[in-house]
Design a protein around this ligand. Structure first.
Ligand SMILES: Cc1cc2nc3c(=O)[nH]c(=O)nc-3n(C[C@H](O)[C@H](O)[C@H](O)COP(=O)(O)OP(=O)(O)OC[C@H]3O[C@@H](n4cnc5c(N)ncnc54)[C@H](O)[C@@H]3O)c2cc1C
Ligand code: SF4
Ligand code: SF4
Length: 474
């Protein structure tokens, strides 16, 4: 019985009496990774395979339209690997989209797979939090929780540094490229410099070699779900010593990221907004942009849709389900961080941060809208997962209730039957929302995910904050 079979059994309440089968020998290498993940459009560009490869034969394309790994050696061509042919399997052991990644990571972290109705994964506590330190709060995208947690982990000797995201430094004129860059934060200054959200991709895992070269061995990884699922998958599949430095895993809720080309091809070409003059951006129902001259602009998210990064289009993980703690900005008050505490380690640290006053916390259940959105957006993302891939991420996901619902249901293979989520008034309301989400472009839903739609234009930012190390912060 495979893990997926166990999930199906759990979903249908069928007792699983069969003894666990002896695990099969893991033989999958780059050849299988290329065919089953990269060529099958499941690859998110998380770079888990790149950082684990002991032979350093996997490259990574950071450019526009890229964010994908590729094989560097020509010996067997792009689709095969001579080290793989000789028995190396490390890259597939690190890939959080290879085969039954979701149940494997669940089992490893929580000792069980998620139940079919657990749309946003296994968790222990749900909080709305904000940093007590005013600077940390102000520099953060939402409540500054992530920054506060990194500082707490450093101060309390849980980690030596964190793999986070920075921006390329401004040019001599103060102009920014808005290119997000993976980097290492080891102190307060660097944590604050990396705070805030950029909406292009930054594979923070790629900062691992920089950290190791500096002798930093206990690391926190900050990243979207595609990245924070990688360490648990590595641990579950015994990828070896490369997985050891990851001591803490902080997830960012995420529906999609944009290709860097959006700056020139949309913002500049259509609206005359040059990225070098942008000082800040955010997504709150619309794409918000603040410029150096003090002007403020809103761009309809539907217009941005075509620049969605390729790697996000099949991603089923909105809620960063395999992090110790996952964080987002979907609360009613957009200066609080929705904080999903998942593992025992995450709980230990969050409880201590609350107890010593590092963060202020209130129960997230008080914010019904945030709770509903968390589930709704998790469903929307799960629906993107292709039916041809492993079934686990699709289990329990309600069918879209459209007029053509019977025909749509008929298209799903019989073997892919899933247990419906339990009927309750909450579920009924959520399903109604999902139905609504299905009839509007998905991108609008993504906009909602980043907080309350902007009905009143926010206060413009100071005209010039080019000296500010974190102009991307909010
Ligand atoms: C690309 C992206 C999409 C997101 N989409 C959603 C969403 O749809 N719904 C939602 O509720 N929340 C979303 N978030 C999460 C949200 O924007 C905040 O990051 C989260 O609420 C934590 O806020 P904070 O104030 O506690 O974090 P902060 O203290 O501001 O820390 C944020 C951390 O994120 C890192 N980071 C910033 N940009 C990137 C990037 N591009 N790639 C990797 N790491 C990065 C920073 O380096 C920093 O460590 C998204 C975040 C990102 C980066
Ligand atoms: S999803 Fe990540 S680990 Fe898997 S192939 Fe893509 S970059 Fe590599
Ligand atoms: S939607 Fe977000 S979590 Fe999923 S692949 Fe894209 S960036 Fe990663």
């Amino acid at each position: 019985m495979t893990l997926t079979d166990t999930v199906i059994a759990a979903g249908t309440d069928t007792p699983t009496a069969a003894p666990p089968a002896k695990p099969e020998r893991w033989t999958a290498q780059w050849k299988e990774l290329k065919a089953e993940v990269i060529d099958a459009s499941l690859c998110t560009g998380c770079a888990g395979c790149v950082i684990t490869c002991p032979h350093e034969v996997i490259g990574y394309n950071h450019g526009e339209g890229g964010y994908k790994p590729f094989h560097l050696e020509e010996e067997l061509g792009a689709d095969n690997c001579i080290h793989g042919e000789k028995g190396c399997t490390t890259c597939t052991r690190a890939c959080p989209r290879f085969r039954i990644w979701e149940p494997e990571a669940d089992e490893h972290l929580f000792g069980r797979v998620r139940k079919p109705e657990e749309m946003y994964g296994v968790y222990q506590d749900l909080w709305l939090t904000r940093a007590s330190d005013e600077t940390v709060h102000k520099m953060g995208q939402d409540g500054g929780f992530v920054g506060a947690m990194l500082l707490w982990l450093l101060d309390h000797d849980y980690i030596d540094a964190a793999l986070t995201s920075f921006m390329e430094p401004p040019d001599a004129d103060g102009g920014l490229s808005w290119k997000a860059k993976p980097g290492v934060a080891r102190n307060r200054e660097e944590v604050l410099a990396s705070a805030g959200s950029r909406y292009t991709y930054s594979a923070n895992t790629l900062a691992l070699p920089e950290a190791l070269e500096a002798g930093l061995k206990r690391l926190a990884l900050v990243g979207m779900g595609c990245q924070t699922s990688s360490p648990p998958v590595m641990w579950a599949r015994k990828a070896g010593k490369v997985s050891k430095p990851f001591q803490f895993n902080i997830g960012l809720l995420c529906s999609k990221t944009f290709d860097d080309a959006i700056f020139e091809e949309l913002f500049e070409a259509k609206y005359g907004l040059h990225k070098r003059d942008m000082v800040k951006m955010n997504i709150k129902g619309v794409f918000q942009i603040w410029m150096r001259d003090g002007s403020y602009h809103e761009i309809d998210l539907k217009e941005c849709h075509q620049w969605t990064r390729e790697g996000c289009k099949s991603c089923p993980d909105f809620a960063a389900e395999h992090a110790d703690v996952s964080t987002g900005g979907i609360g009613e008050d957009n200066d609080w961080t929705l904080t999903v505490v998942r593992t025992d380690l995450g709980k230990e640290v969050v409880d201590r941060m609350i107890a010593d006053g590092t963060i202020i916390a209130r129960p997230a259940m008080e914010d019904e809208k945030a709770m509903k959105l968390l589930r709704l957006l998790s469903i929307v993302s799960r629906r993107r997962w292709p039916l041809a891939a492993d079934r686990a991420p699709s289990i329990g996901v309600p069918e879209p209730k459209k007029k053509a619902a019977p025909a749509a249901a008929a298209q799903r293979p019989a073997t892919d039957a899933v247990a419906p989520a339990p009927a309750s008034s909450v579920d009924a309301a959520v399903v109604a929302d999902v139905v609504a989400a299905d009839v509007i472009p998905q991108f609008e839903v993504v906009g909602v995910s980043e907080g309350t739609p902007a009905v009143v234009p926010p206060e413009p930012e100071p005209a010039v904050i080019a000296d500010d190390p974190t102009p991307g912060g909010d």
